[in-house]
Design a protein around this ligand. Structure first.
Ligand SMILES: [Zn+2]
Length: 428
């Protein structure tokens, strides 16, 4: 890792995907963008070059670090897939694999240009604290920006994954669902992650809600991540487990879990009343198109979410999502919208590539409450990609060409938190 006090990047600045990149330079200091200039400079730059495109790195709004090696176990619907693929992987993480899996996850994100994420660990408190420490201090020189936390779950899963929350509830009347958020620096924050209502009793959801409320009162609102309405059998089971609630979304609302820092993954089978409630609470839906296809969960209705004024982010959802590269997640969102338009919803709007690109950079940052990430602006975290593309791509279709031809080979340099990460998992 190189960490110069000040670093100059120069090239074609892609500050707004609606407009062609323009010659310019970026001075980075102390991990942030200190200065941006337009035009050419003769000053020697550490990163970039006249023909190199500089753009903000990507942000993933939904990923499971312990599932990093579980991609591709096909043929199962959500609930059996959790049982047969995910729970064994998460038990493995708790049994000693957390450090190596955290490292692998960071390497793969960095390779594909993702320098910020909202993620899940497992329910193991000690392994989780270790993983958070690793993330905060950096893996191979890459200090990603993150909101991550241990998963809270106390039923309908193997003992190895629910024992800690059950024991805590018995021993300790003080809510302890989250790990301490101190000491993670300016790049990391702890989130509270009740897995989904099937795996959480009312008491555990209430405990998570208590923490959300306490943190809001303290002026440091916490990110809350959970899953919502992913598959039809899941929704049916929720109806049986919570017969007194109007719908799935109301279960979380009753526990006080819906705030503008809540990230609800999937939301494939929502009623209008649920979309309305989510819009009222200003909570964010993490649309995970690749995961929804892989598990055959359904086709997210982006149009309807937008009609209701719901905030939408994009997530890889590795490992249900079989691709960690955010440009390919963005492309999948466009493809799902096209499929809806060609089949069930002829009037559907299809997002333009520039909109999709905005979502995986500035949009996801804003959704996570990081208004100083995902953009090339003075004061923003210096998470920058240098891309080399064929000259013929630099026309009005540039962003579509990037999304549809994406490969990490396009990245010639990576600046993570103001530090140049020169070697990434075999990529030099
Ligand atoms: Zn997920």
């Amino acid at each position: 890792m190189e960490r110069p006090k000040s670093m100059l990047c120069k090239g074609l600045l892609l500050t707004d995907p609606e407009h062609p990149p323009q010659p310019g330079w970026i001075r980075v200091e102390g991990g942030r963008i200190a200065e941006i200039g337009r035009g050419h400079t003769d000053e020697k730059a550490e990163v970039g070059g006249a023909e190199v495109i500089l753009c903000p790195a990507f942000i993933d709004a939904h990923i499971h670090l312990p599932q990093i090696d579980s991609v591709g176990c096909d043929g199962l619907e959500l609930l059996p897939w959790l049982e047969q693929v995910v729970f064994p992987a998460e038990a493995w993480w708790g049994a000693g694999a957390a450090a190596s899996m955290t490292r692998t996850a960071v390497q793969r994100m960095v390779r594909e240009g993702t320098f910020g994420f909202a993620g899940y660990l497992t329910s193991h408190a000690q392994a989780g604290a270790m993983a958070l420490g690793m993330l905060a201090s950096g893996v191979d020189g890459a200090r990603l920006r993150f909101a991550a936390g241990r998963v809270a779950m106390d039923r309908n899963a193997p003992a190895a994954l629910i024992d800690e929350d059950i024991a805590r509830a018995r021993m300790n009347p003080t809510p302890g669902v989250a790990l301490s958020g101190d000491g993670l620096g300016d790049r990391g924050e702890v989130s509270v992650n009740p897995r989904f209502a099937i795996a959480c009793t009312d008491e555990l959801l209430a405990e998570c809600g208590w923490l959300v409320r306490k943190r809001a009162e303290s002026g440091r609102p916490i990110v809350m991540q959970t899953h919502l309405s992913e598959s039809v059998p899941e929704c049916r089971w929720i109806g049986e487990l919570f017969p007194g609630d109007r719908d799935y979304t109301s279960v979380y609302d009753r526990a006080g879990l819906l705030t503008e820092r809540s990230v609800l993954a999937h939301a494939v089978h929502l009623s209008d009343a649920e979309f309305e409630l989510i819009a009222q609470r200003r909570a964010v839906l993490a649309h995970c198109p690749i995961a929804n296809t892989f598990l055959e969960s359904g086709l997210f209705d982006l149009d309807r979410a937008r009609e209701h004024g719901v905030r939408v982010a994009l997530g890889s959802d590795v490992a249900a999502g079989v691709d960690i590269a955010m440009p390919r997640v963005a492309r999948a969102m466009i493809e799902i919208a096209k499929i809806r338009k060609m089949t069930i919803s002829p009037g559907a709007d299809v997002p333009k590539p520039s909109e999709a690109w905005s979502m995986i950079t500035r949009g996801n940052a804003d959704a996570l409450g990081w208004s100083d990430s995902g953009r090339l602006e003075v004061g923003a975290h210096a998470d920058i990609l240098a891309l080399r593309v064929p000259e013929t791509w630099r026309d009005g279709f540039l962003i579509g060409r990037l999304l549809y031809n994406w490969t990490s080979d396009l990245i010639v340099d990576r600046v993570v938190a103001g530090a140049r990460v020169a070697r990434v998992d075999g990529v030099s």
